[in-house]
Write a protein that binds this ligand. Structure first.
Ligand code: PAF
Length: 283
């Protein structure tokens, strides 16, 4: 059954007040639509952990640092609703823009430190846009649980810190990356790759795997990262924003694998910015 699509905050509030009155636990899965199996895996986790599930669909203009990227972002609401139908979610909240940013909206939620490197260094203002909209979605849904994918690993860390710092009573659940058979991490941006670029795209994941293997074998981190960058460029990517080893919790740069870590990458292929990451544990 297709879930009701709510456009107005008042309608969302009415629905969630009813659920809360019945003592039900509510989960939210925030998305910008163009849903794929990665999003649907978040919905499955949300359904397992809560009585009610809201999927939000809102292409948030404040988190785009590039007007062209915003214009090209796929908008596929009818398809998204059809993809969600088998999961029987309780509501799709696809707010009208003024429900999120009413006239005169003047507030920015900003997390320092964690947002400064990696994607934050290459996408000015991006994380302020993310934390502002996610704070709004938490306030609007008043969800008990929120599910985010680990593909946006820095985003997950930033949202966790925001919720902790602002005492927002929501449990943030990170969910594993879902990949295509050839290793490419699922992303709403993948549909913008030409067939030739789509065939090249798994190079990014393979380079991360090779770097992880090399670091595990004792190759110095800097050398393994440089080799990964060379492999990505040789594999057809136009440029690499970063390939870096970071502590999994604080995201501080590591030059030795001495704690749980994450190897993170962002690179450009065929005019599309792809990101990926994988976890590493010290021996
Ligand atoms: O990961 C996303 O799709 C977006 O950054 C999010 C969390 C829905 C906020 O707009």
């Amino acid at each position: 059954m297709t879930a009701p699509i709510l456009r107005r905050l008042a309608d969302l509030r009415e629905m969630t007040a009813r659920w809360r009155g019945q003592g039900q636990r509510v989960a939210v899965v925030p998305t910008m639509g163009a849903l794929h199996a990665g999003h649907l895996s978040l919905v499955e986790v949300a359904k397992a952990r809560a009585d009610r599930v809201i999927v939000t669909i809102f292409v948030n203009p404040r988190q785009f640092d590039n007007a062209d990227d915003l214009a090209k972002y796929p908008r596929t609401e009818q398809d998204d609703a059809a993809k969600l139908a088998p999961y029987a979610v309780d509501a799709i909240y696809a707010p009208d823009p003024d429900q999120v940013y009413p006239p005169g909206f003047a507030t920015t939620v900003s997390v320092a430190g964690l947002t400064e490197g990696l994607c934050g260094a290459h996408r000015p203002g991006h994380f302020d846009g993310v934390t502002t909209v996610v704070a709004k979605l938490f306030a609007q849904t008043q969800a008990d649980i929120a599910c985010f994918g680990e593909k946006d690993f820095q985003q997950l860390a930033v949202v966790r810190r925001m919720a902790r710092d602002l005492d927002i009573p929501v449990e943030i659940v990170g969910c594993p990356i879902v990949r295509e058979g050839d290793g490419l991490a699922l992303s709403s941006r993948n549909v913008r790759l030409s067939p030739a670029a789509r065939a090249q795209a798994p190079v990014l994941y393979r380079a991360l795997q090779q770097a992880a293997g090399a670091i595990g074998d004792g190759v110095p981190v800097a050398q393994a990262l440089a080799a990964a960058r060379d492999a990505v460029l040789a594999g057809g990517f136009a440029s690499v924003d970063y390939i870096d080893l970071r502590a999994a919790d604080s995201l501080v740069p590591l030059d030795v694998l001495d704690r749980p870590a994450r190897l993170l990458a962002a690179a450009h292929l065929d005019g599309v910015r792809l990101i990926d990451n994988l976890g590493l544990a010290p021996a």
